[in-house]
Every structure is written in C-alpha cells, then in structure tokens.
Design a protein around this ligand. Structure first.
Ligand SMILES: Cc1cc2nc3c(=O)[nH]c(=O)nc-3n(C[C@H](O)[C@H](O)[C@H](O)COP(=O)(O)O)c2cc1C
Length: 244
C-alpha cells in the first residue's frame, strides 16, 4: 500500500522524534522529509539537514534518536559529512593514531557502526593490541559533532565473505595491492596490483565493527550550545546533559 506524502512525513517524524516533537517536526520538516523519503538525496537536502535542529533542541531521547538517524543516513548519503568518520586508536607502543574512513554500516538496535579496511594495514595491529577506540564526526552545516567510545572487532569470516560477494569490482581493486598498505614503495607508479592474489583481494578485506559503549553529541547554536552524553549498558541507556 502506498502512503501519502503527509502520512510518510508523520511516520518519519514519529520514528525520529518519538517524544512529543513529532508534531513540530511534521510542520517544520515536511518539505525536507518529503524530499528525503522520496529517496532522492541531493545537495539541497544536505543543506536542509540543518533543520534537523529540532532533534537537538528537544529532550535527551529525541537527541539520541536524531543522532542515530544522522549516522545511519550517513552510510548511504555520500555527500553527508557523516559519510566519513575519524577513527582514533592506540598503537601497541602507546601512540595515538587517527585516520579518516568511510562509514559503511550502522545499526541503531545493535548499537554498532562499521567500516572496511585492509587486513594488512597498521590499524589492524592497533585493534588487536587494544580494541578501545574513539570515533568522531562533524557536520559544519548541521553544527553537530558526534563522538563515540567504541570497541573495534573484525567481523567473522562468513559475514565478511557475504559482504565481499556484494562488493563491486572497482572496490575490490583496493584489496588487490600486492604489498601491505603503509609499506615502502619506490614510487607511486611502482605500486603493484594482482587480481589473482589473496583470492582476488578477499583475504585482505577486513570489515571492522565498532560496538558503541558511549555516545556524545554537541550541537552548536547561537541561542545556546547543547551537549548530551549517553552510556549504553545491559540494563538500558544512562543519559545526561553535559556543559558544552
Ligand atoms: C576520504 C577518505 C576516506 C578513506 N576511507 C578509508 C576506508 O574506508 N578504509 C581505510 O582503511 N582507509 C581509508 N582511508 C585511508 C585512511 O585514512 C588511512 O590513510 C589508511 O587506512 C591507513 O591507515 P593506518 O595506517 O592507520 O592503518 C580514507 C582516507 C580518506 C582521505
């Protein structure tokens, strides 16, 4: 059964703003939401994302729902600043290490995010010696910073193989490089790729799941900055406001 645009807006607002803000969301977001639920993501929608403000000027619950929405949208919205994240790990020698990666998966219910990398890259050694990591996102237009305390783990072989099967050939190429990322090379042109090595790159493909233990958002506003912190435990979520 097809839903009318108004019904889709209502359903969307109820999902994102479950506690009383859905009414306001209906009014102020209907244009953006109608475009977004239409499935066509444009730069214009990214601009309109600023109006997600409602989620971050409501209560703690609305802020958390809006955060997951922004993150999970980031997986598919390539122009979103939340499509990229900074991953901070600690090396076995104790040095902090940061790098940018593409956000590839997000699950609000399971409370995890995912990115892909090469199993030979130095960050894998970091994760093996210390799985604790921090993820950072910042959207300038959205005036929103999201920071997560996570534990990183490689996904199992069966799940990895399923993901690999869905990986297009142009993306597989990255994993067909014959020497480990970060190793010395005589010149950029001397980097070698071999489509027959490591089972076409599959053995080098390492999806990484980030299980979220804590989440924090900071929303910048001329009226008043707002910041909230959430700890996820077995028994539920501990939410609190924090001085920005
Ligand atoms: C826009 C952008 C996106 C990137 N995406 C990824 C990615 O999804 N996975 C990845 O392993 N490296 C990605 N990189 C490269 C990493 O930032 C980093 O240079 C590389 O993974 C080596 O990191 P390491 O030496 O800490 O292992 C990306 C870099 C940029 C600039």
């Amino acid at each position: 059964m097809t839903m009318s645009p108004a019904a889709r807006v209502r359903a969307y607002c109820l999902r994102v703003f479950p506690t009383g803000y859905s009414k306001r969301c209906n009014k102020t977001h209907s244009l953006w939401v109608q475009k977004a639920v239409g499935g066509h993501v444009t730069a214009e929608i990214q601009d309109d994302l600023r109006h997600i403000e409602d989620g971050f000027t409501g209560d703690l619950e609305a802020g958390l729902a809006a955060t997951w929405q922004v993150l999970c949208d980031g997986v598919t919205q390539r122009r979103s600043p939340f499509h990229l994240m900074t991953v901070a790990t600690v090396s076995s020698g104790g040095d902090p290490q940061v790098r940018t990666v593409v956000l590839r998966g997000c699950d609000q219910k399971g409370k995890w995010l995912r990115f892909n990398t090469d199993s030979r890259s130095p960050k894998i050694d970091d994760i093996e010696s210390n799985p604790s990591a921090s993820l950072l996102f910042y959207g300038a237009k959205e005036k929103l910073q999201i920071r997560l305390k996570v534990k990183l783990e490689r996904v199992g072989v069966a799940e990895r193989d399923e993901m690999w099967a869905r990986t297009p050939s142009y993306s597989r190429e990255c994993y067909q490089v014959t020497t480990a990322p970060g190793s010395d090379v005589r010149s950029p042109e001397a980097t070698q790729f071999d489509a027959h090595q490591a089972d076409g790159g599959r053995e080098n493909f390492a999806p990484i799941r980030a299980r979220v233990d804590e989440l924090e958002w900071l929303y910048l506003s001329a009226k008043r900055h707002r910041r909230a912190h959430y700890i996820f435990t077995e028994s539920g979520v501990k939410a609190r406001w924090v001085v920005p």
